[in-house]
Design a protein around this ligand. Structure first.
Ligand code: KG4
Ligand code: ZN
Length: 334
């Protein structure tokens, strides 16, 4: 792909596009750290009546919205398309039909403007949301992603240099929240609903704290989820207490795993990211640890284009560009 000449400018503006699940988002980020705009169109109200994301409906709504969202992001940043230095897009992991909408839009835009196209791993994006929140944050650190689709530990050695050190063996943490919420007849997505209910509940029901093998940094949440479901079928209880007890159980596991990760790696700088990181009780529990733990602001915890642009910045500096053969990869690993 023929690129236009590199502009002699002090600042770089990267457009980040995110369509991996049910948020259509576009953002402009300056120099990888400063958000100029971050437009998020959430499809949650559309999917709510089905109790979860319907992939086909998600792709169709991305198609309907993407042009408008990108235009808004550019306008709100106070720039024009000609000021963009690169177009970055989530290429995976995610729903393939949803990813393809963003990938194809990004390809067309970068081609028409003659600017680099950068493919971003969604999980790298979540971690990078902390580069926006903490201007001085630099690797190395430990990253824990807790989202609807993923629960992963990484040893982040450098920008783009990740060693996977743990992961869920079954359900992701956000997924467990969503499934427990369904049992309690709460609306989708369940995480924020459980958090609200739990505030008025007691930790009075004991669920097992599953820590797996002594040294393991893996997680397993499906047993706890089944315990909660069985308990709810066979007992009288207050919804608030069940929500609180479930939340306390899984956050105690996260607390202990973070402690383990820190002890095993000798690192005390921890970055938490992903939708579940917006839970205020999780932050309270983790703040009891004598570690330097960082979380992005709530607006950057769930899916957004700014984290994609921030992640792309380091690839931009290294000229790690894609060509028009870029494809969506539903199970893209970090
Ligand atoms: O990162 P995200 O927006 O999308 C994925 O990449 O998966 O995360 C969405 C997940 C959902 O499972 C949602 O229930 C959960 O994050 N979540 C929460 C909270 N807010 C969102 N879980 C617990 N507490 C919350 N406050
Ligand atoms: Zn996500």
């Amino acid at each position: 792909m023929k690129l236009r000449e590199i502009r002699e400018v002090d600042m770089t503006y990267i457009l980040g596009i995110e369509t991996s699940c049910d948020e259509t988002s576009a953002a402009i980020v300056e120099d990888g750290r400063h958000v100029k705009s971050n437009i998020i169109y959430s499809q949650i109200p559309i999917h709510r009546e089905f109790g979860g994301v319907v992939p086909e409906i998600a792709s169709r709504n991305h198609i309907i919205k993407i042009r408008e969202i990108v235009s808004k992001a550019i306008a709100e940043a106070g720039i024009t398309k000609r000021d963009l230095d690169a177009v970055a897009v989530t290429m995976g992991p995610g729903l393939v039909g949803s990813l393809l909408v963003g990938v194809n839009y990004a390809k067309a835009l970068s081609y028409s403007l003659g600017i680099p196209l950068i493919g971003v791993n969604h999980l790298d994006g979540h971690i990078s949301s902390n580069y926006i929140a903490f201007e001085d944050l630099e690797p190395p650190f430990i990253a824990l992603i807790v989202s609807g689709g993923h629960t992963h530990f990484y040893n982040v050695k450098d920008y783009g240099d990740y060693e996977a050190i743990g992961r869920t063996r079954d359900d992701a943490l956000g997924e467990a929240f969503d499934k427990v919420a369904r049992v309690l007849n709460l609306k989708y997505p369940g995480g924020p609903e459980i958090e609200k209910l739990a505030k008025n509940g007691n930790n009075s029901i004991k669920f097992p704290t599953v820590l797996l093998e002594k040294d393991s940094l893996d997680f397993s949440f499906s047993g706890i989820k089944s315990n909660v479901i069985n308990f709810s079928r066979n007992n009288e209880f207050k919804k608030e207490d069940l929500a609180c007890s479930f939340q306390e159980c899984v956050f105690e596991i996260v607390r202990q795993k973070i402690l383990r990760a820190s002890l095993q790696t000798g690192m005390n700088k921890i970055v938490v990211a992903g939708g579940v990181a917006s839970n205020s009780r999780l932050r309270e529990v983790l703040d009891t640890l004598d570690l330097d733990i960082k979380y992005p602001p709530l607006s950057l915890c769930t899916d957004n284009g700014a984290m994609i642009a921030a992640s792309a910045y380091h690839k931009f500096l290294k000229k790690e560009y894609e060509d028009l053969s870029l494809n969506a990869v539903a199970n893209f690993c970090l």
